[in-house]
Write a new protein. Structure first.
Length: 238
């Protein structure tokens, strides 16, 4: 399956997901009803049944909700998931796998070392690879691109992680460190102002209050193709 995926790149699938910006529905475990297994009309089909029909998603388990079965879909194995994310990353950022491998360790070290300028530079290099015709000037687009990148690096990153005051844009853990990130985009506002808003939102909504130990608060701002980030370390007691 992984070899077939890599050798027969599903261009139309990747482009459909990128255009509709529905990456989270694909990368996260997906609960669906039995209707997904029924016939479908190709021009109107959604991404999820198409991915199931073509074998990129498979049934991982079955759960009951109000006595009705719900099917939890996911990738058949880690190789297929990795290949799918690689194709998504290339669709969003036109990165080669050589470039991905070269930047992987660098970005991990930048986060662990609290290197704001270095991490912003890595993200800016990624944004610079996006062809003009693929650019979608919305916060959701940059949010999705960031999630794809971090997942490809190897982080078990979760988008829209809720607490009792709202949803953090992204949360992940690495080397005993929990990272709580807020992402802002605006075509005309300055990066510095966006970073201030992002960090203020993290504190006001206390996205970090469900975690203990070392927590890195990470504000990320995209203004056109300019990128900035701000990091703040907290030590939270149980």
């Amino acid at each position: 399956m992984g070899h077939w995926f890599r050798s027969g790149t599903p261009t139309f699938l990747i482009e459909m997901i990128r255009r509709r910006n529905k990456t989270d529905e694909v990368l996260e475990p997906l609960a669906v009803s039995a209707s997904i297994f029924n016939g479908y009309n190709p021009p109107d089909i959604e991404e999820e049944p198409l991915l199931f029909q073509t074998g990129y998603l498979t049934i991982k388990r079955i759960e009951l909700y109000d006595k009705q079965p719900r099917y939890i879909l996911g990738f058949p194995n880690s190789e297929v998931k990795q290949a799918f994310m690689e194709h998504l990353l290339q669709a969003y950022g036109k990165y080669s796998m050589v470039q991905v491998d070269n930047l992987r360790i660098t970005m991990v070290q930048q986060i662990n070392g609290g290197d704001e300028a270095g991490f912003a530079g890595s993200l800016e290099a990624m944004v610079a690879t996006v062809p003009h015709q693929l650019h979608i000037p919305t916060e959701a687009y940059y949010h999705t691109m960031m999630l794809i990148w971090m997942r490809l690096i190897g982080f078990n990153i979760q988008g829209e992680r809720p607490n009792n005051r709202g949803n953090a844009d992204a949360v992940w853990e690495q080397s005993g460190l929990t990272v709580v990130a807020e992402i802002k985009y605006h075509a005309k506002r300055k990066v510095k102002a966006l970073l201030k808003d992002a960090m203020k939102q993290i504190h006001e909504r206390r996205y970090y209050n469900r975690y203990t130990g070392k927590v890195l608060l990470l504000a990320i701002a995209f203004s056109g193709k300019n990128v900035g980030c701000r990091m703040e370390m907290k030590k939270l007691e149980a």
